[in-house]
Design a protein around this ligand. Structure first.
Ligand code: TMP
Length: 208
């Protein structure tokens, strides 16, 4: 079996985790051993970096430091989890990946998408998602869903203008990568979203 790398993207509160669980079940039925991971995180080192990045006390963090920390967490995850899993023919589903950095740091923080790709070239080690699902949601809806669930972290505490740039940034990135990024209305019922995702995966598996 050939490895397949699937990423789930979208603004905070867009329902990625629910879809990831549903997709894992679907892939299991297709015979895939599936690894689920998340960014920033997914390894001992990357989870520690996550703790630094999302700590709301670190208000002094520069945008460049933020970009480098996300990238460092990714380098470890690619090296320790994603690359080995794909090489052994597993399916990998990651809750966020490089597109999050392109949107949050490149577009919303204003560092530029090219800077993000330049810095990430080393961390990615040639790995890019086979397909990416973008759960599209208005910024206000996502943040109010999060507020109801738990205490907000350093990123979620950013201004609503920042989160609007994130939501729009994802749409722009999807327009630039129509072959890889599939945009889905995240306000649809979760079963409908799951149907769209599994149909696309079925198509991809048939191509191989
Ligand atoms: P999570 O809440 O979905 O686990 O993600 C953590 C936060 O980090 C979320 O607000 C999105 C943000 N983020 C970035 O700003 N850049 C990145 O590269 C990644 C992976 C996440």
């Amino acid at each position: 079996m050939k490895g397949i790398f699937i990423t789930m993207e979208g603004p905070d509160g867009s329902g990625k985790s629910t879809q990831i669980e549903m997709l894992k079940e679907f892939l299991g039925k297709k015979g895939y051993d599936t690894v689920i991971t998340r960014e920033p995180g997914g390894t001992r080192i990357s989870e520690n970096i996550r703790g630094i990045i999302l700590n709301k006390e670190f208000t002094e963090m520069s945008d460049m430091t933020e970009l480098l920390l996300y990238t460092a967490a990714r380098a470890q995850l690619v090296h320790e989890v994603i690359k080995p899993a794909l090489s052994s023919g597993k399916a990998v589903i990651s809750d966020r990946f490089i597109d999050s950095t392109a949107v949050y740091q490149g577009i919303a923080r204003g560092l530029g998408i090219d800077t993000v790709y330049d810095i990430n070239a080393h961390a990615l080690a040639g790995i890019m998602p086979d397909v990416t699902f973008h759960l599209d949601l208005p910024a206000e809806v996502g943040i109010s869903r999060k507020k109801n669930q738990a205490e907000l972290d350093r990123m979620e505490l950013c201004t609503i203008d920042f989160h609007k740039k994130v939501a729009e940034g994802y749409r722009e990135l999807a327009r630039r990568n129509p072959d890889r990024i599939i945009t889905i209305d995240a306000t649809l019922p979760k079963e409908d979203i799951c149907d769209i995702i599994t149909k696309k995966i079925d198509e991809l598996l048939k191509q191989d």
